[in-house]
Design a protein around this ligand. Structure first.
Ligand code: AMP
Length: 214
């Protein structure tokens, strides 16, 4: 199953996509996580991407498309994938259509005041990228990742002023992608409000309705 998860920053894409991918048994491919790994390792791509990421802008299409192409060509993605954070521009959507056209695009819909609440409490593992929330999904021990024992940090781009810029970037560059998939009847809108299990149940139902889950 080739699934794209779209939605504004803070909609819960990462949390939900990781859970679904694990249950369904396809790789979870998150361009934001891939880029943060490049930044941590200090690769050439990481060095070039960092300035854009830290101010809430998009990394240029050519860099992202090349990175995603390499990933989707790997053996484990041949049976499908769940994409989180890609495509974010019309050019990226076109590249994906040529590379591995999605079966369905799930759109997680949340209100703007909810976005701020979710992002301000979000904490991310420095080592493995696992995502927690101080209020809604805290780790067993404060500041420590349940999965790998790594330290939890607030992402630089989850600070309030950068979040505002990320939401503006989303409206300007990614909403046209949402419209494009809607026009092609590939988009399924899912209510992203409520608890993590509630949203997950709605996403599973949407996948069942699309004939991708039994
Ligand atoms: P995310 O973890 O998905 O919120 O992504 C964090 C940051 O990485 C974004 O604010 C962008 O700067 C960059 N990024 C992630 N995915 C993409 C993409 N598909 N196109 C351009 N920039 C991206």
């Amino acid at each position: 199953m080739k699934v794209v998860l779209l939605g504004p920053p803070g909609a819960g894409k990462g949390t939900q996509a990781q859970r679904l991918a694990w249950e369904v048994g396809v790789p979870y491919v998150a361009t934001g996580d891939m880029l943060r790994r490049h930044v941590r390792k200090g690769t050439d791509l990481g060095t070039r991407a960092r300035a854009y990421m830290d101010r809430g802008d998009l990394v240029p299409d050519d860099l992202i498309i090349a990175m995603v192409r390499r990933r989707l060509e790997e053996a484990d993605c041949q049976g499908g994938f769940i994409l989180d954070g890609f495509p974010r521009t019309p050019a990226q959507a076109e590249a994906l259509a040529a590379l591995a056209p999605p079966d369905v695009v799930l759109y997680l819909d949340v209100r703007e005041d909810e976005i701020a609440r979710r992002l301000s409490g979000r904490r991310t593992c420095r080592e493995c990228g696992a995502v927690y929330h101080l209020e809604f999904d805290p780790p067993a021990e404060a500041g420590v990742c349940d999965r790998c024992g790594g330290a939890l940090d607030q992402r630089v781009d989850d600070r309030e002023e950068v979040v505002r810029e990320r939401v503006r970037t989303y409206r300007r560059q990614t909403e046209p992608v949402v419209d494009r998939y809607r026009a092609r009847s590939l988009l399924v809108e899912v209510d992203g409000s409520g608890t993590i299990p509630e949203v997950e149940a709605r996403l599973r139902e949407a996948l069942r309705e699309a004939g991708l889950l039994t």
